[in-house]
Each structure stands twice: as structure tokens, then as C-alpha cells.
Design a protein around this ligand. Sequence first.
Ligand SMILES: Cc1ncc(C[n+]2csc(CCOP(=O)(O)OP(=O)(O)O)c2C)c(N)n1
Length: 374
Amino acid sequence: MATGTEMHVVMEAKGKAKGRTPKGLGDDDLKALFRAMLFTRLFDQRGMNLQRQGRIGFFVPSMGQEASQIGTGYAMGNKDVLYPSYRTHSLALLKGVPLKVLYDQLWGNATDLVKGRQMPNHFAIPSINWVSISSPIGTQISQAAGAARAAQIRGDKDVAVWAWFGDGGTSSNDFHAGLNFAGVWKAPCIFMCENNHWAISVPEEMQTASVSFADKAVAYGMRGVRVDGNDVLAVYEAAREARDRAIKGEGPTLIETVTFRMGPHSSSDDPKRYQPPELFEAWQKRDPIDRYREWLEAKDLWSKDEEEALAAELQKEIATAVEAAESTPAPDVETVFDDVYAELPKMLIEQREALRAQIKASGAIEDGGGAFPL
Ligand SMILES: Cc1ncc(C[n+]2csc(CCOP(=O)(O)OP(=O)(O)O)c2C)c(N)n1
């Protein structure tokens, strides 16, 4: 596989639909990749709409980056540990996490796994070894290096640790500390740099003077691979190879997926204020879903009818989960006192009593339970 600045590609550009099938992928796998990419696109569209309708407070879309994320996610093993970024809910969709788990978190309701204490899109999903997302950029990179080192010391078999971050994340201290130690330890870690060309409004050329992000691996004595991030098969192949090397003790890999954020940074941002429209139009022509659909159709593996049926099924699943999460009450206000101390200190017991009295006096909640309209 090409390393450094050379780009790894499997599928030809949209409109040509050529390219071999990567080793180890059968027809069902090829369709599963498409399903997960489409699911991600639909989840994103719905997420943005829900935010615009004022039903959730915040959303981070991943439109345009589906191949980069699903291609890496498909290469993961069941015991692998994930340190995702706030833009990678696709990985949970791919791994079959019930949709209600994700929507509960977006609403921060009573059944939300993190009890409404995190920003929307900052999931923590223990059932798939998904470690809680932290907002400060880059922190997951050094955490992943540490977790990989721990797995190595324990002698865990068939476990790789993955960290996803953006091009902006490579300017953080954690990137350098994490890659340095992972390199020194030959830890089973895969560093996934999704180069979507923008860190909010900061373009790639203001982020680094390096020829590529993959090049940075050289300084840490690890393998660096640059891959076409809109080519799901190329991403899968690069990720698969990196994982194989990691679990064989051959050391970590830095993978740069070259892709594009085809939407805002988050629901709070308007890319039209800093991105030239021609750039968006150029990348739209390389849409990873359109490109992969064409490839599948050329191989007689996909049809318009199949896609319509799949989209209808996924939309129905989304609608059901949205309704269930939206109608779940907010966490009981008293839960703010839980989970920090094994035994609540006297000072907090007093504060809880004061809160109860205040709620009662306000008449907001008759029975003292349920949501308090703060
Ligand atoms: C330490 C830190 N500095 C600044 C921010 C504000 N911030 C949030 S997202 C972001 C851009 C990150 O860009 P990148 O790493 O390229 O990832 P992308 O959002 O493009 O996926 C910034 C600067 C932050 N969350 N943490």
C-alpha cells in the first residue's frame, strides 16, 4: 500500500465505476457498506431538521464523510476500543446501536445513557466500547494511545484501539504526545485523521505546512497512509491493513482520509461565510454515496428499487425512534446530585433539600418527580 503523500484509491472517479473488490469483502459486505452510508446520510438530514425545528438544541453532521467513517468502521474487530470524534455517529449506526440510544442522547432525556449531562452528539456507548466523546480537540488521541498501551501490557488478544479526529486535531498537543508514545511503544493503535479540509473556518493550508497529514507519521516512527476518503473501498482496505499490523504487534498507523465536509461544521455554523461556493460544487460531484452507488450498480449489486425500499425502511426506523425519544421525559432534576460521590456529603444533602423545597414552592411538580421546567 502507498504510504506518505501518495493517495490510495480503489474505485475510479464517479462516472467511471471501475475498480476491483477488496479481498475479504463478499456481496453482503458490499451492500452493508452502502446501507450504513445511506443510514448515516438520512440520520444527518433528520438531525439537522430536528435542530432547525427547535426540537433538539444542537447537531453535528457528517455529510460527505460517510465513506471515510464507514470504511474504517467496517475494518474494526468486535473487541476493538473506539475513541470517536463528535462527527462520527455513523460508527454507532454501522455497529447496530439502537437508534433510540442516539436520539435519547440528542434529547438528553431520562433514558439517555449520559443522563443529559453531555452536549448533544457527544455519545458514550459502553456496549460497543465507545468511550465518551470529549469536546476539547485532540484529547481522544492521547487517551487512545494510553488505552492501546494498556491493552498491550495486559496482553489482550485481537484488540486494536482507534481514534478519529480532524485535520485541525493534528495541531493539538495531544496529537503529538499520543503519536509519539504510540510509536515508542508500538502500541496497537490506529489514528484516523479525517482531512475534511476545514477546522470550522480554518482551511487546511492554515493548519499545516506539511505536504500531507499522513507525512507526519514519519516523525513518530510509524506508518502513514493517505487514502481517498470518498472511496469507501480504499478506506476499508487501508484500515484493514492498519488493524492487521496493529494486532500483529507491528505498530500503529496514521491514516489520512482525504474528504470534504459537505455541510456546516455544526448546526451553529454557516460555511457560506468562509467557503467559496465552487469548492462545495466540486466536491459535490465526488459525493461518496453517489460514487459507491454507481460502482455497485455497475457490478449489478444494486438497483433503484432496492434503494427506495431501503430508504423507506430506514426513514421509518428513524421516525419511530425520534418519536420515542421525544416523548421520553427529561431526567429528574435531582439526578444532578448522583454519580460523583458514593455517599453524598452533608453539604450536597442540604442543597438537595433546598432544591426540593424550591421546586415544591414553585408548584412546578406536584409529586416532586419528573422534569423540572428550568
Ligand atoms: C482545544 C479546543 N480548541 C478549540 C475548540 C473549538 N473547536 C471545536 S471544533 C473545532 C474545529 C476542529 O476541526 P477538526 O479537528 O479539523 O475537525 P472537524 O470538526 O473538521 O471534524 C474547534 C476549533 C475545541 N473544541 N477545543
